[in-house]
Design a protein around this ligand. Structure first.
Ligand SMILES: [Zn+2]
Length: 202
């Protein structure tokens, strides 16, 4: 196996909103571990937010580069994983981010969770523009990419996908989130464009 072959195998068109794929991924998560996977993950997060120690002798917070190197190296070596990570991010957003959001309009849905990233030490987020079905938001000091050298890549598909999944659940409409600026692309912060509805979904 050479790297190009591996990349070629992972290179295929992937819809932003493939309803069958989304349903199958949701179903798979519900079935994992005889239904204990999602429930257990929710319980673990609830304990974190309560401040309970999650491990017997080590703290709940850790050096974040250790965790992000896994995705950074994955995306740098195999960029074809980025759209797959976006789809996985959507499921994370539906499970963990959507319950933190409320509202009927895009503005309400975006602003209702704008403090979550900072509360989790992920980054500081700011809504730059918000219209009925389009918005722009930024992440400053993003844990996924801040401080990286310019490798000419946008490497925060988990963030984009998580936001898309959460907004889709909250608004009940298809949402596409596109990373347009990234610290790994020479930009000083992350910037994301949000498109709501089928019309703008490609
Ligand atoms: Zn980024």
């Amino acid at each position: 196996m050479n790297l190009d072959d591996l990349r070629q195998k992972l290179s295929f068109p992937l819809d932003d909103h493939d309803p069958d794929l989304t349903t199958q991924m949701q179903q798979r998560l519900l079935e994992l571990g005889q239904g204990k996977f999602l429930q257990g993950m929710h319980e673990f997060l609830a304990r974190y937010e309560k401040g309970d120690p999650l491990r017997p002798s080590l703290p709940n917070k850790m050096q974040f580069l250790y965790m992000r190197d896994r995705q950074t190296f994955s995306f740098a070596l195999i960029p074809e994983l980025i759209p797959i990570a976006y789809q996985v991010g959507r499921l994370i957003g539906m499970a963990f981010d959507a319950p933190r959001r409320e509202g009927v309009t895009l503005k309400e849905a975006l602003e209702s969770a704008i403090g979550v990233a900072e509360a989790f030490d992920y980054g500081r987020q700011e809504v730059v523009t918000v219209e009925e079905s389009f918005a722009v938001y930024r992440t400053y000091e993003c844990s996924d990419c801040y401080g990286m050298p310019n490798i000419g890549m946008m490497i925060c598909p988990y963030e984009a996908g998580t936001a898309a999944g959460a907004l889709e659940m909250t608004l009940g409409k298809p949402v596409r989130v596109v990373e347009v600026k990234c610290c790994a692309n020479g930009d000083p912060y992350d910037e994301f464009e949000v498109y709501v509805g089928d019309d703008d979904a490609d």
